[in-house]
Design a protein around this ligand. Structure first.
Ligand code: ADP
Ligand code: MG
Length: 710
């Protein structure tokens, strides 16, 4: 085909030869305005024509490709449409072929020819028939010649046809035809932002080749290779952006350099009530390495529920204090903040470290006193909730901010903590605290890397010594009485029990915390101290109830998910979860993490009547999987990325090809590569970076502060 004007990536669809105004309009409705957009419109999938080994094996209604010998042919001119018919056979059977409006075939296909045909098989009056199949004449030497005139022909490959997302009025096949028209010209203009050696070392095909393999694959392998390259690009660009941002943070902001010595280490450890596990020590080494430099730390310490993250955070906070600075610890709920206060205070009794609690429940007078002492440097460690993020909280010298259970905080809040406490110094650098984020892996590893890619990650594997796995069982609500008989036995044996329900008040189809507590008090637990715990109780009441439960005075605590995160009562060994089908998987895992914190054998019994397939999957997962990482991956699998990325986590995913549920290895590779690239060319101004910069601009907008070199 020759064009009056050569096809460019910027050529408008209306200017593509053979595309009429109507088609151009329909393409534009799909956002396919120019050639570049068309090429970037990747097939959703590829249709594979199964190759039938023999004619007798063809199933009616299947789309297949099959080979045979032509026995007879004839032109039929009766009726409205002339048709060309042929009979094809092999050792196993006979296939009738019919082409309408194709009289030219009489000159092409002759008895004795070896033919490969491809199309939809239909059962007709005792025989199998194909109407308007695509065909290839097979020469003596085995080479195949496709018939380029056949109407249905969209690509010259027999095996795979691209299927494009289309609209009511324009079909995938039409889009395929247009793409086919421009493909070669377009590919010739696609430059690669990755150098050849870089690609070769990683087994990546050139970009233009990847697009060719997507639109016109010769085999499934090619589709795989194309996907890999395009997915790599998406992940790599994301990671390069992350690295650039991270560099900015590291080069323009400074954090206090904290002192560390064997003596400091010895003094801190002497305060801790137990020896740290190997994994806690490993995480701690990362943290110490971070804090002893002026580069602001941005580290995620992740570990399963109960893995012992708090003590690592406490160690880091004590380092800040040892250097004469302050530290802040933010928890997602006030219950958790108070618990941190009580455990940290008890560890620090008889030390001169000054710890205070600032939550929304603190009185105005008390709050003012705290703020004043804080800015005067008379408080060393401030524990609190989001309230710590408000404008008027000013530290004298905040060296470290610890954010516990990060999944409860939005990314913006994390950012605001940093800016809120950032102060200008006399140099061009701004001073900012080190940031340590603790999480019980609410999100799978893969997501952590991509979403929180600006964080370093330390993982505390396993649990502290002496823990036994929590026996998890699921009961239908018809066995509720039986479950509470067992609860009764455990309480009689001196144990404490949590009962969790989704809501405070009952609804039409479900009991709430208040009614369940009443029912228990009047029934199975009539002579036992039962109390309720939920977000509507006053702070002081909650504290008192929690304390009485901890002391064992209250034996059964009926609660909402306010106890989900971090609550630590080692004597509580049994948890009943009512309406288990209503909870999310990570929530169930967090809840279950409240028991099994002591050394006694503990149990989590779910009462659930699942009605959806997802609910069944969730309950199966919680019953059979105890590892938090594995559960997070499972959750991701069940829910898919869309929901995981919900509103708060990140905004939208810039991926079209990459699949975070599957491309773990590629993501890791892309991350390593991005680090290498940015180390080599921190400002992305080396020759050969221009194209990458331009493409990064498309993905990241101007948030990277890179100069657009056009
Ligand atoms: P999480 O990681 O879920 O925040 P915590 O820090 O609350 O876990 O620790 C869970 C429990 O394990 C706490 O009761 C804590 O005192 C205990 N713990 C933590 N580290 C150790 C250890 N090295 N040896 C024994 N017990 C530990
Ligand atoms: Mg914790």
């Amino acid at each position: 085909m020759t064009h009056a004007h050569p096809i460019q990536l910027t050529t408008q669809v209306a200017d593509i030869p053979g595309v009429n105004d109507r088609t151009a309009g329909l393409l534009r409705e799909l956002g396919l305005t120019n050639v570049g957009k068309l090429i970037a419109h990747l097939p959703m999938r590829h249709e594979r024509y199964e190759t039938a080994p023999a004619i007798s094996g063809i199933e009616p209604e299947s789309v297949v490709s099959v080979q045979g010998t032509i026995d007879a042919t004839r032109m039929v001119r009766a009726g409205r449409k002339p048709r060309f018919e042929a009979v094809m056979t092999d050792e196993s059977g006979r296939l009738d072929l019919v082409w309408f409006n194709a009289s030219y075939l009489a000159k092409k296909i002759h008895p004795g020819h070896q033919l490969r045909v491809q199309g939809k098989a239909k059962a007709r009056a005792g025989s199998i028939q194909m109407v308007n199949p695509r065909f290839w004449i097979i020469e003596q030497d085995g080479s195949e010649h496709v018939d380029t005139n056949t109407e249905t022909d969209a690509a010259d490959q027999p095996e795979l046809r691209p299927v494009y997302s289309a609209s009511e009025r324009i079909k995938s096949a039409q889009i395929a035809r247009v793409i086919e028209t421009v493909l070669d010209d377009a590919l010739a203009q696609i430059d690669d932002h990755l150098p050849e050696v870089w690609r070769d070392e990683r087994g990546l095909v050139p970009l233009a080749t990847a697009y060719r393999m997507m639109h016109k694959p010769a085999s499934e392998d090619e589709v795989g290779m194309a996907r890999r390259r395009l997915a790599y690009d998406e992940l790599f660009m994301l990671q390069v952006g992350v690295q650039i941002k991270r560099r900015y943070l590291r080069t323009t902001l400074v954090a206090p350099e904290l002192a560390w010595s064997d003596e400091i280490d010895r003094r801190i450890r002497a305060r801790l009530p137990f020896d740290l596990t190997t994994h806690q020590n490993a995480a701690l080494r990362d943290v110490v390495a971070d804090l002893t430099t002026t580069v602001p730390a941005n580290r995620l310490v992740q570990g399963d529920v109960g893995s012992g993250k708090t003590v690592v955070a406490l160690y880091a906070m004590l380092m800040a204090v040892a250097s004469g600075h302050q530290a802040a610890l933010m928890a997602p709920t006030s219950i958790l903040a108070e618990q941190h206060l009580s455990s940290i205070s008890s560890i620090l009794t008889s030390s001169d470290v000054r710890v205070e609690l600032l939550t929304g429940a603190v009185s105005t007078a008390e709050r003012e006193s705290i703020l004043l002492r804080l800015v005067n440097g008379e408080i060393d460690i401030l524990i609190g909730t989001h309230a710590l993020l408000t404008e008027d909280v000013r530290f004298k010298s905040l060296a470290l901010a610890v954010i516990d259970e990060q999944h409860r905080f939005g990314v913006e809040q994390r950012a605001s903590l940093r800016t809120g406490s950032t102060v200008d110094t006399d140099t061009s650098h701004k001073s900012t605290p080190h940031v340590l984020v603790m999480t019980a892996t609410p999100i799978p590893r893969t997501l952590t890397i991509s979403l929180l890619g600006d964080l370093d990650v330390s993982t505390i594997e396993g649990l502290p010594p002496g823990r036994k796995p929590v026996e998890t069982r699921v009961f239908p609500s018809t066995q509720r009485e039986r479950v509470y008989e067992k609860v009764r036995e455990r309480i009689d044996a001196g144990e404490l029990v949590y009962v969790v329900a989704p809501t405070i008040d009952s609804t039409d189809d479900m009991g709430g915390v208040r009614d369940i507590a009443k029912w228990l008090e009047n029934g199975p637990l009539h002579d036992v101290r039962v109390a309720v715990m939920h977000g509507q109780l006053k702070q002081a009441t909650r504290d008192a109830v929690m304390e009485r439960f901890r002391q064992g005075e209250i034996k059964c605590l009926v609660a909402t998910t306010v106890i989900e995160v971090g609550v630590d009562v080692p004597q509580a060994c049994v948890m009943v979860i009512e309406y288990g089908e209503r909870f999310g998987l990570s929530q169930l895992h967090q809840l279950r993490g409240r028991v099994g914190r002591g050394s006694a054998a503990s149990a989590c019994w779910l009462i659930a009547d699942p009605t959806t397939p997802e609910a069944h999957l969730r309950l199966d997962a919680i019953r059979t999987i105890s590892d938090g990482f594995a559960l997070a991956e499972k959750d991701f699998e069940i829910r898919g990325p869309g929901e995981m990325f919900g509103t708060r986590q990140s905004g939208k995913l810039p991926f079209r090809v990459a699949d975070l549920a599957k491309d773990h290895e590629l993501l890791r590779q892309a991350r390593r590569d991005a680090i290498i690239w940015v180390e080599h060319s921190p400002a992305l101004d080396k020759p050969g970076d221009a194209l990458l910069v331009r493409r990064l601009g498309k993905m990241w907008g101007d948030t990277l502060g890179l100069v657009d070199v056009g």
